[in-house]
Design a protein around this ligand. Structure first.
Ligand SMILES: *Cc1c(COP(=O)(O)O)cnc(C)c1O
Length: 341
């Protein structure tokens, strides 16, 4: 075990020992390679640098109370990476290779998996980029897949907490028939200005986007899906421009299993006024409860509960975290226990 101040880790980059790589050349994927380099040697005409052929994933490994190391829904991340590759015309990494690489990189860096008590975890970042050198606009013929890990601190240092969010009307994150459904770097480039302008004053946790076409419905935050809760019902947007969050998918299943109804449909902004609870969900926080959403351009403001996380949100959060840390049974088969650690 590394001598790290686990509890004070942030969501930053902390160096670890190894990463795992795999090249696609001459029409096929090669063997997995272990590297201790943190840099990559890349042609200046590579398509990832010019035409945005890049996709990534984000997932976590957890050290449980029982000492076992668990990875959450790895197959879903592998499938989503394939879908993102389809979206920006990149070679798709076979699912078995993805899972083998993820397990390998976790094992190689086992020393960096935070102890259970700290509430920290090992963040896993797979990425896939176009490497072929060319200037014409077309998909590359060579690709590189890399997966690295970095320990990250507990998201809620002072306990599970609600935060204010803000609606941005000035910018769109993605178009209705664009790349919003794929986890590609380009969507993030497109949202950085909105994020910095809306949130770097420190007043808001993150920005929400409305649907780009009508500016009427809630889409999602820059890196998290939205859900609202009322009348024992978990409601999350149906849209062609939001990223299918694995956390959201899991929360929908959990909500049903604890007796809630689940609705997936467009959510008009005005409906925010009717929710008893609301949250942003994603791998980083699981659930980041929302105390308030402001819409500065219209002067509207929507508050949820009494500014504290609501009871359903708390129940869902504890249940999902419990499955990840092995204190709740893995009733849906979401967990891969890494053997030999
Ligand atoms: C990654 C991501 C999410 C969250 O997805 P999870 O699979 O739950 O981590 C939500 N929105 C966007 C835009 C994302 O990139």
């Amino acid at each position: 075990m590394q001598n790290i101040d686990w509890a004070n880790l942030t969501f930053g980059y902390y160096p670890t020992n190894y990463n795992v790589r795999c090249y696609f050349r001459n029409g096929e994927w090669g063997e997995l390679e272990v590297s201790s380099e943190t840099t990559i040697n890349i042609h200046m005409a590579a398509t990832c640098l010019h035409y945005g052929q890049e996709a990534f994933e984000g997932m976590k490994a957890f050290r449980g109370k029982d000492g076992k190391v668990r990875i959450f829904r790895m197959d879903e991340n592998g499938k989503r990476l394939q879908s993102s590759c389809d979206g920006v015309m990149m070679a798709k990494l076979p699912l078995e290779k993805f899972e083998e690489a993820v397990i390998k990189v976790v094992k190689l860096n086992a020393d960096f998996i935070p102890p259970y008590e700290t509430g920290a975890s090992l963040y896993i970042r797979p990425l896939l980029i176009g490497m072929g050198a060319q200037v014409g606009v077309k998909p590359a013929s060579e690709y590189l897949f890399i997966v690295f890990v970095t320990p990250v601190g507990p998201y809620f240092k002072g306990g599970f907490m609600a935060n204010p969010y803000v609606i941005t009307r000035k910018y769109d994150r993605s178009a209705p028939l664009g790349t919003g459904i794929f986890k590609v770097g380009g969507n993030y480039a497109a949202s950085l200005r909105a994020h910095v302008e809306a949130c770097h004053g420190g007043q808001y946790a993150c920005e929400f986007y409305l649907d780009a076409k009508e500016k009427k419905y809630i889409d999602e935050a820059g890196a998290a899906n939205f859900f609202g809760i009322k009348d024992n019902t978990y409601i999350t947007p149906q849209s062609t421009s939001i990223l299918p969050s694995i956390t959201n998918k899991s929360l929908m299943q959990l909500a049903e299993s604890i007796g809630m109804k689940v609705e997936r449909r467009p959510i008009p902004e005005e409906e925010l006024a009717t929710f008893e609870e609301a949250g942003a969900c994603g791998t980083a926080a699981v659930i980041s409860p929302i105390s308030r959403i402001d819409d500065p351009e219209t002067g509207k403001s929507y508050s949820f509960g009494n500014g504290k996380p609501g009871p359903w949100s708390e129940k869902l959060y504890n249940k999902l975290r419990g499955i990840q840390y092995g204190t709740e049974p893995d009733e849906f088969g979401w967990i891969t226990v890494v053997e030999g650690l």
